[in-house]
Write a protein that binds this ligand. Structure first.
Ligand SMILES: NC(=O)c1ccc[n+]([C@@H]2O[C@H](COP(=O)([O-])OP(=O)(O)OC[C@H]3O[C@@H](n4cnc5c(N)ncnc54)[C@H](O)[C@@H]3O)[C@@H](O)[C@H]2O)c1
Ligand SMILES: [Zn+2]
Length: 367
């Protein structure tokens, strides 16, 4: 088992990565969740159907009981009303301050479950058991929780570090193909920002990764988690260092909003965003041509990416309205070489516009 420590001022905890971990979750968590705590699992019907039994059995094996609360799947369930519903059900079932919440699911369940835990009775512990690749390498680690408002994504939220994160590559076997590939783009990001070996693995092991080779996936997840854990440990609240995690996300978010979250999955938007960052970096002489080409061709190697028709001007407007935009100037994370990035504040608008136009040509050519 790979054990990766996350150390933040509010809590230190481990991210555990191992094939088959879900089946031994009860045993692993016996030392982490106090014996007297009742355990409430927040999950979706779909995830419960495929993985609920395994988790439940692993608890029964160590003589503990789990209670399951379902919430609907999908980004639309990431809303405040969902928290109220779940909290009322927790009360009805007699949850108390010593209870522990386990979030079993993708980023949506993780964000809602984590948020719920952070405010229920002023805060109860949460364990994250991510079931999508994106959640395993990214959203389940670092303590960010959130729900959406009609006016934007993740506008309400808290920081609530989990007691532990259990990432089992085997649960990815049932993930729909598009969701799986979407997570691979997020994994690629870690290669560009910090660890070239991740990027090289993605370049050289494409077939095996797309085939969900379990041993390779375990390594990929552990390597990505190590980067996320390092960055979060250095900067829990995204004051500085944590910003590098936004590589590909500046244009990515703008595309997601401009296409009303209907056309692109988050990871796919990040895929496009990484292409944009490579083009912008190259135009500004920050990214050498070989690095830019490697980023672009590896993104497309894990495609196809859905094309988009968004107008450059509209995308730029969204960029300026992003909550991460500081003082009206969007920050771009740009690669200076493979594994190294720099946060750049003064990217001229025409360079962004030009990159978006170039991407649209690539989109037409590729899909
Ligand atoms: N908190 C953070 O730091 C952070 C970081 C990145 C993203 N996020 C959030 O994560 C969310 C996206 O998460 P996601 O990409 O995991 O999507 P998701 O949670 O919507 O899951 C995608 C789909 O896959 C299904 N699914 C999940 N695991 C499965 C499995 N093992 N087998 C079969 N089906 C499975 C789900 O039911 C769902 O339909 C967004 O809301 C985003 O804002 C949060
Ligand atoms: Zn992301």
């Amino acid at each position: 088992m790979t054990r990766i420590a996350v150390q933040t001022p509010s809590r230190s905890y481990d991210v555990l990565v191992e094939r088959g971990l879900l089946r031994s979750a009860g045993t692993v968590l016996r030392d982490i969740i106090p014996a007297e705590s009742r355990v409430f699992v927040v999950t979706s019907p779909r995830i419960r159907r495929v993985w609920g039994k395994s988790l439940q059995k692993s608890f029964i094996r160590v003589g503990r009981k789990l209670e399951i609360l379902e919430m609907p799947d999908g980004e639309r369930s990431k809303e405040l009303a969902q928290l109220e519903k779940l909290a009322s059900r927790l009360m009805k079932r007699g949850a108390e301050r010593q209870s522990v919440i386990v979030a079993l699911g993708g980023g949506v369940v993780g964000d809602v479950g984590g948020f719920l835990a952070s405010i229920f009775m002023r805060g109860v512990p949460v364990v994250q058991i991510p079931t999508t690749l994106l959640a395993q390498v990214d959203s389940a680690i670092g303590g960010k929780t959130g729900v959406n408002l009609a006016s934007g994504k993740n506008l309400l939220g808290t920081f609530h570090q989990p007691l532990a994160v259990l990432a089992d590559p085997d649960v990815l076997a049932t993930l729909p193909e598009r969701e799986y590939r979407s997570g691979l783009f997020e994994a690629m990001k870690y290669g560009v920002i910090r660890n070239p070996a991740i990027f090289e693995m993605m370049e050289s092991k494409r077939e095996a990764l797309l085939g969900r080779d379990r041993a390779l996936l375990e390594k990929l997840i552990a390597d990505c988690v190590r980067v996320k854990a390092e960055v979060v440990s250095a900067d829990e609240r995204e004051g500085g260092e944590r910003r590098i995690l936004n590589f590909g996300h500046t244009v990515g978010h703008a595309l997601e909003t401009e296409t009303s979250y209907r056309k692109l999955l988050h990871g796919e938007a990040v895929g496009w965003g990484m292409v944009a960052a490579a083009l912008i970096g190259y135009a500004l002489d920050k990214t050498d041509s070989l690095t830019a080409q490697r980023i672009i061709s590896t993104v497309f190697a894990y495609g196809p990416l859905p094309r988009f028709k968004a107008q450059g001007g509209q995308v730029l407007k969204r960029l300026l309205a992003d909550k991460k935009t500081v003082g009206g100037v969007p920050h771009f994370v740009l690669a200076t070489s493979m594994g190294k990035v720099e946060v750049v504040k003064d990217v001229p608008q025409r360079v962004v516009l030009q990159a978006i136009e170039e991407m649209k040509n690539l989109a037409w050519a590729r899909v």
